[in-house]
Design a protein around this ligand. Sequence first.
Ligand SMILES: Cc1cc2nc3c(=O)[nH]c(=O)nc-3n(C[C@H](O)[C@H](O)[C@H](O)COP(=O)(O)OP(=O)(O)OC[C@H]3O[C@@H](n4cnc5c(N)ncnc54)[C@H](O)[C@@H]3O)c2cc1C
Length: 296
Amino acid sequence: MSLADLHFFKMTREPSLDALCAVVAERHAQGLATILYAGGTDWMVEQEMRAPLHDEPPLVVDIGRMGELRGISLAGDSLRIGAGTTYLELERSAVVQARAPMLVRMAKDVGAVQIQARGTLGGNLATASPAADGVAALAAYDATIVVKSARGERRIAMADLQTGYKKSTRAADEIIVAVELAPPPEGSPWYWRKVGARRAQAISKVALAGVAVVENGTATRFGVGMVSVAPVTARMATTRALVLGKALAEITAEEIDHAVDQDVTPIDDVRSTGEYRSHVARALTRDLLRQLGARV
Ligand SMILES: Cc1cc2nc3c(=O)[nH]c(=O)nc-3n(C[C@H](O)[C@H](O)[C@H](O)COP(=O)(O)OP(=O)(O)OC[C@H]3O[C@@H](n4cnc5c(N)ncnc54)[C@H](O)[C@@H]3O)c2cc1C
């Protein structure tokens, strides 16, 4: 879609989150869709590919400047990141650099700088694509999503968010307000590796996010999220169970490969084959565990 085509859509702004919730709720009750235009980087591409509109086009609300969706703050052991935070803002945030450095590394791998300047974490979560890099990183941190509607506010654990390909437990009238996560102690090990067709502007063939706390050679916290290997972000339950609380030096390469094979059965698609993805999934997981201290 070119910018000129935007005149098909009615675009507005709302003065507050409560006002936005009311508009979305009213339209939802009438069976009408509302697009929340954050960075527009997913929505604009969807417009390019969609069939011609015959019904009334959805209302598009520009939420890019909505204060309640912005800001990054650390309170005690909780890091809160507004849903409207862009990848570039993540990269530049001193508190994210210090307390959740894996998010910074992930953000640098999203699209290229133009996408990083516009695209938001909220948009990445809302689209709920199995290739969403931000979703994988937040899964590794076992983050919580704060959503709000006219019915009130609630929290969704990352483990409960995605239910299928681009499907989630977030209701259609719920707005993603922020993500919250408990950052590991400063200096804790983390891992981010994205494998794509090229270094920028590439959707992941496979990407692995990892967060750990290691004490006396044992992982006392271990979270992972893997992208593009299942209809939803893979949380790798078997791999987590293998690693958590076990002496890292005793974990073997065979155990890792077996756990990864239990966790994911990737399919062939336009970006890669399932066989290659399985190979990369095992290799990245071994690499992560080697960095944590496993002798593999
Ligand atoms: C060239 C290119 C490269 C890309 N590269 C990557 C990549 O490497 N990795 C990756 O993960 N993604 C990538 N993307 C996808 C996209 O940039 C990201 O998913 C981005 O985070 C989307 O955020 P946005 O703010 O632009 O969403 P928008 O396009 O503004 O919104 C997308 C959808 O989310 C909804 N939405 C937005 N904000 C909220 C909210 N707060 N609450 C509820 N619903 C909301 C909107 O209604 C809309 O339906 C790429 C896209 C392009 C065009």
